[in-house]
Write a protein that binds this ligand. Structure first.
Ligand SMILES: [Zn+2]
Length: 565
């Protein structure tokens, strides 16, 4: 019995929401109809209608230099927003935010600087560490400064606490006012046991964002994550460059109750610190993987201070919908982020990061899907919500805001189909589902793929946690099952080697680079259209059924993880 199945039996009944109970009844009632009534399905078969002409002009437009890389708050921001709003109006879609096509997303940019360097009192003397080289920390609160004065340090394993998995790295200790030192990833990583957490597949408990959220729930003074290259999936310089300088976040009250500082320490600093505390780091790291682990007081205290520079600004989500003919209060949510990373360091004389693939292509695909839905003679039975969200590149902020400030109740959203980057390399025989295994959306996608004579390729890098790195993740967190795919590798004409080489070439040359531009000579729109049709078919099927895709019992999203109870 794995650590998930133990609590499912005991907890599912206790936590099952009214919606879940209703859905279970519905699922039982409709499973026969939905899965065995072929004639009904045949009748609803969507015409294959999406063409490259529906998609390409939007990519060309949004990836044009005049949009300056569609940076939120930049000059390209209002241009991109008004282009998308005008497209929605032209399609006769309805505004989804109380009569408005836009939803203003308030954001705050905080730049923390060290006012007093980190000093740690240990049983063997005082240790001082260097910002950047040994550690990086920031304050996410909108306060002008914070000061930590001799807060006790506690080693808290992986920083995971969830009753649903009977795991508590903060057990038996009041952590308020203390600083937790935790490990990156989750106990399953490196365990060689697929049934323990998810083995090397990263669960959400392994992501730093989860550990930051739990730090706030625990009321910590501070959180320090020990960086390990393999467990994190990236080297120290990524930590250094990503967590220093200005940090953009949502303006929200809950942050004000959170930890004063959060950050990372280098593995070498951790070794030095634990040795100074007469603690065996490698043994403690082993203990942290054992069920029943208890936090360890390190007999040390930490002092530091930070100053903050704060700027505020707003960007917009674009939200439109097509009303369903029979169940207008139930929604299929298509999402794509319109933003990219703006103007930056020039490469080969080009400083505009156009983001043609990332994510003009996804935005264009959702617009094409909307057009083809509108063009149908018969309206879909359920409503379709189209969300073109902002500030994905800055930390999935537009989708987070929408998930926390929904324009329709989240529990009336049947499923999310998120598109972040299309496949410009031509038609594929396969389709990669990122984060496969979370929900019934896998099965639905598989059945629709089969109709295209395609097969499912599982997540190729499950240890890197890509499922947590695009907008669908925020919808998953509030309980909405999501499909997030990534083209494929198995090229219809040229095979797997070719498809993989093309993909690697994009990652190496064009990902988040000024050369992510539309090029009619090198883009083969066959694959973009093929995937657009798939997303259309999945949405069409759900929009005309009574299916409520469910989370799998082993998914950490089978109920909202951000319940503040
Ligand atoms: Zn993207």
């Amino acid at each position: 019995m794995n650590i998930y199945s133990t609590f499912i039996v005991t907890n599912q009944r206790r936590t099952m929401s009214i919606r879940a109970s209703l859905m279970l009844v519905l699922a039982i009632m409709t499973s026969v109809i939905t899965y065995h009534s072929c004639s009904m399905q045949g009748q609803l078969e969507p015409p294959s209608s999406i063409t490259a002409q529906d998609i390409t002009p939007h990519i060309q437009e949004l990836a044009d230099d005049k949009y300056l890389g569609r940076m939120p708050f930049g000059l390209g921001d209002p241009m991109a927003v008004s282009y998308i709003v005008n497209q929605c109006k032209a399609l006769d879609l309805k505004p989804a935010n109380n009569g408005s096509f836009t939803q203003s997303v308030p954001m705050v940019e905080i730049t923390s600087s060290i006012a007093e360097p980190m000093e740690i009192k240990t049983p063997t003397g005082n240790r001082t560490y260097q910002f950047g080289q040994d550690y990086v920390i920031q304050c996410q609160k909108t306060v002008s400064s914070i000061k930590i004065n001799e807060a006790p340090l506690v080693f808290c394993g992986f920083g995971i606490k969830d009753d649903m998995i009977s795991w508590d790295d903060y057990a038996g200790i009041d952590m308020r006012g203390k600083v937790a030192v935790v490990m990156v990833n989750d106990p399953g990583f490196g365990s060689e046991r697929e049934d323990f957490f998810k083995g090397n597949t990263m669960t959400y408990y392994g992501r730093w964002t989860y550990k930051y959220e739990e730090a706030d729930r625990q009321g910590l003074a501070g959180l320090l994550i020990i960086h390990e290259k393999h467990a994190a999936g990236y080297p120290w310089f990524v930590v250094q460059s990503s967590w220093t300088g200005a940090q953009l976040g949502l303006e929200k009250e809950s942050v004000e109750q959170g930890a004063d500082f959060k950050g990372w320490i280098h593995l070498d600093m951790a070794k030095d610190l634990f040795a100074a505390c007469n603690l065996d780091l490698s043994q403690m790291m082993k203990d942290a993987r054992t069920p029943g682990f208890k936090p360890v007081d390190m007999s040390a205290t930490i002092s530091t201070a930070l100053n903050n520079t704060i700027k505020r600004d707003k960007s917009d989500n674009v939200l439109a919908y097509l009303e369903g003919s029979e169940h207008p209060d139930e929604f299929i949510l298509y999402s794509a982020h319109w933003d990219h990373i703006g103007v930056g360091a020039p490469v080969d004389g080009d400083s505009i990061y156009n983001g043609a693939l990332d994510n003009a292509s996804g935005t264009a695909t959702v617009l094409a899907i909307a057009k083809n839905l509108v063009d149908q003679k018969n309206r879909p039975k359920r409503s379709i919500l189209f969300a073109f969200v902002t500030a994905e590149e800055q930390g999935l902020l537009g989708s987070e805001y929408l998930s926390l400030n929904p324009v329709v109740p989240n529990d009336q959203i049947v499923a999310n189909i998120n598109i972040d980057g299309c496949n410009p390399n031509g038609q594929m025989k396969d389709f990669q589902i990122v984060g496969i295994g979370h929900s019934d959306m896998d099965q639905i996608a598989e059945e629709e793929l089969a109709k295209q004579n395609r097969y499912v390729l599982p997540d190729q890098e499950p240890e890197k946690g890509y499922f947590f790195r695009s907008d669908h993740f925020n919808f998953a967190k509030v309980g909405i099952p999501a499909l997030f795919g990534e083209g494929g590798y198995d090229h219809v004409e040229h095979g797997i080697e070719y498809g993989k080489a093309k993909k690697d070439e994009y990652t190496a040359k064009n990902y988040h680079a000024p050369s992510d531009e539309y090029d009619a000579a090198t883009w083969d729109m066959g694959g973009v259209v093929q995937d657009a049709q798939l997303y259309y078919n999945v949405g069409w099927r759900l929009a005309n059924s009574t299916e409520w895709p469910q989370w799998k019992a082993t998914s950490e999203f089978r109920r909202p993880t951000n319940l503040k109870d």
